[in-house]
Design a protein around this ligand. Structure first.
Ligand SMILES: [Zn+2]
Ligand SMILES: [Zn+2]
Length: 280
C-alpha cells in the first residue's frame, strides 16, 4: 500500500489501472475537522463511491465533483453520515440535468428498508401523484449471495472492482449478533482489503475473513470511548500485533490527535482524508 497525497481538481474518477481508495472524508458522524467517512474506490476506468453522508455533496464539490459525476454507489447502512446526501444525488440526477440514473449495488432486503424508512418521504411524490419508486431513481445491481461464506456474504462488481459484502453488528448496541442487528455491511475489496464499515468490536469478523483471504490492509472504524455502536480504541489496541499492523483507523472524532502516539506505538495508523491509498 502506498499513500499518494497529490491530486488534481477535479478529482479524476479513473487512474492508470491500480486499485486506489480515496477517502472524501474519514471523520465520525459528528466530526468537524474531517468530512464523514465516505470513500471512493477507483481502478482503471471503474469507480464506486461507498456511502453518501449529509456532508458528502459538499465534500465532493471541494474535490471539484458534482453529485451526478459519481455514477456508481454502494451504501453500507442507514445512519445519516452514510445516507444523508443521497436524496440530493437522486433528485439532481432526475431533475438537475444529470446524465440519467446512476447505479446502486443494493440487496433487495436493504432496498426495502432504505426506501421505506428513509428516502421515500422526500422522493416519492414529485411530478406524479401516483408516486415514484426507488427503481425510478436508480439502476439496481444486485449483489449475488455466495453460499458457504459467513455473514450472508454477497458479491458485486463494478468492472475491475470486486466487492464482497458481509453483514456487520453495528446497531442497536445490545443486539446479540450481526443477524439481530439492523442491516449494515462491510466489504472485502478485490480479495485483499478489508473495510469494516461501521461495526462494534467484533474480533470474530476480523478472524474469519483473515482466514479466508490474504488481507493486506484493514480499514476499521474507531471511537475513543467504550460501549456504543463502534469499535473502541481500547479494544483495537489489544488485538494481536499482526492484525494491528494491517490496521488503518477511520471514522474517528475530532479528538483523534491525542491518541495518535499510542496508535503508532501499537502499529496502527489513522486514515488520511484526500489521499490516495494505492494498491498495485
Ligand atoms: Zn458512521
Ligand atoms: Zn453507523
Amino acid at each position: 500500500m502506498k499513500l499518494r497525497a497529490k491530486w488534481t481538481r477535479p478529482l479524476a474518477l479513473h487512474n492508470q489501472g491500480q486499485l486506489s481508495l480515496f477517502f472524501i472524508g474519514c471523520g465520525s458522524a459528528f466530526a468537524r475537522s474531517h468530512y464523514q467517512n465516505n470513500l471512493l474506490i477507483i481502478e482503471g476506468d471503474d469507480h464506486v463511491m461507498v456511502d453518501c453522508g449529509t456532508r458528502a455533496p459538499l465534500a465532493l464539490s471541494e474535490l471539484g465533483l458534482g453529485v451526478t459525476t459519481v455514477r456508481n454507489w454502494l451504501i453500507t447502512h442507514s445512519h445519516a453520515d452514510h445516507i444523508g446526501g443521497l436524496e440530493e444525488v437522486m433528485l439532481m440526477n432526475r431533475y438537475g440535468g444529470g446524465p440519467g440514473k446512476p447505479t446502486i449495488a443494493i440487496a433487495a432486503e436493504y432496498q426495502r428498508l432504505l426506501w421505506g424508512r428513509s428516502l421515500r418521504g422526500g422522493c416519492e411524490l414529485n411530478e406524479t401523484s401516483e408516486g415514484l419508486r426507488f427503481e425510478d431513481f436508480w439502476n439496481i445491481r444486485r449483489p449475488r449471495r455466495i453460499r458457504g461464506l459467513p455473514r450472508n456474504a454477497a458479491l458485486v462488481r463494478f468492472g475491475n472492482i470486486e466487492l464482497l459484502l458481509f453483514r456487520t453488528r453495528h446497531f442497536p448496541e445490545h443486539a446479540a449478533g450481526w443477524s439481530d442487528s439492523f442491516y449494515s455491511v462491510g466489504m472485502i475489496v478485490n480479495q485483499r482489503i478489508l473495510f469494516t464499515g461501521d461495526t462494534q468490536f467484533d474480533p470474530d469478523l476480523l478472524h474469519i475473513f483473515q482466514e479466508l483471504y490474504d488481507i493486506e490492509t484493514i480499514f476499521h472504524d474507531v471511537q475513543f470511548r467504550t460501549g456504543g455502536v463502534h469499535a473502541s480504541f481500547e479494544d483495537l489496541v489489544a488485538l494481536p500485533q499482526a492484525t494491528r499492523e494491517k490496521m488503518v483507523l477511520m471514522h474517528y472524532p475530532d479528538t483523534w490527535m491525542s491518541h495518535r502516539e499510542r496508535a503508532e506505538q501499537a502499529g496502527m495508523r489513522f486514515a488520511r482524508q484526500h489521499c490516495f491509498y494505492d494498491f498495485s
